[in-house]
Design a binder for this molecule. Structure first.
Ligand SMILES: [Zn+2]
Length: 252
């Protein structure tokens, strides 16, 4: 019986992931994501209800458009399954709690930012504004200790990336700065610093690997948003344990 709730959360994550994919692809182009119908990007045929069932439609159609047989991007089912997986992981970690609700907000923002930044190198402002409001309401219901740690986190996120932008002249973008500022409200000061540290670490390793494999060029623009949100999710789930371990190892 107790498998029903985790399964329900996983499936809800898959369905929401499908919606987040649409938001991430349409918001930067200012196309409505509620009224305008989805169509095949290759032959432009309007998709029917049976083509729009998350994951299921992709598997049934073997990843091809029903009309023109053009392959459908693997990113759709990948985004859907990852969202389901992260929702489930957060539920297993936090159980039914306010912290789980905070994790769901963070995962939602993360998925949309990843889609949008990978597709267009844009982190849309309306999205950041929406989640500024969500995280603020969440932190009023479940405040950090002390409560103004949210403000310190936001200021640290904005300030440090601003400094990096000024010093490196374009190593990071204004979108990254605003994103880490918004995440700071949720994470507080310490976890925001940890997020930036982890994001830089993972981002550097991945970009150097891609350059070494000649998948991207040395001067190619590189979206940093996905690494910030991935690091934020790791910090939110495991950050306090990580910091505890760090301080007991080095300062005791
Ligand atoms: Zn088609």
């Amino acid at each position: 019986m107790y498998l029903i709730i985790p399964l329900y959360i996983f499936v809800t994550g898959i369905i929401l992931g499908s919606f987040f994919n649409v938001v991430g692809l349409r918001l930067p182009k200012r196309v409505s994501f509620t009224t305008s119908r989805s169509s095949c990007p290759h032959c432009s045929i309007s998709l029917q209800a049976r083509d729009l069932i998350p994951l299921f439609s992709y598997v049934i159609s073997k990843g091809k458009c029903r009309n023109c047989q053009h392959p459908i991007s693997i990113t759709y089912p990948l985004v859907e399954v990852s969202t389901g997986f992260f929702f489930l992981l957060a539920y297993i970690h936090f159980g039914p709690s306010l912290s789980f609700a905070g994790a769901c907000l963070l995962i939602s923002l993360s998925v949309i930012v990843t889609v949008s930044d990978l597709a267009y190198m844009i982190i849309p402002n309306p999205l950041l504004l929406f989640f500024t409001i969500c995280f603020t309401i969440y932190r009023i219901l479940e405040p950090l200790h002390p409560w103004f740690d949210s403000i310190l986190g936001a200021l640290a996120g904005l300030g440090i990336i601003l400094a990096i932008i000024l010093i490196s002249k374009g190593g990071m973008g204004a979108g990254d700065m605003k994103l880490l500022g918004v995440l700071g409200i949720l994470l507080g000061f310490k976890l925001t610093l940890l997020t930036l540290f982890l994001a830089t670490l993972i981002g550097t390793v991945v970009s150097l690997t891609l350059i070494a494999l000649e998948i991207i060029g040395r001067k190619d623009p590189f979206p940093f948003g996905p690494f910030i949100v991935l690091a934020a999710m790791v910090s939110y789930l495991y950050g306090s344990k990580f910091l505890e371990l760090y301080f007991t190892t080095f300062f005791m």
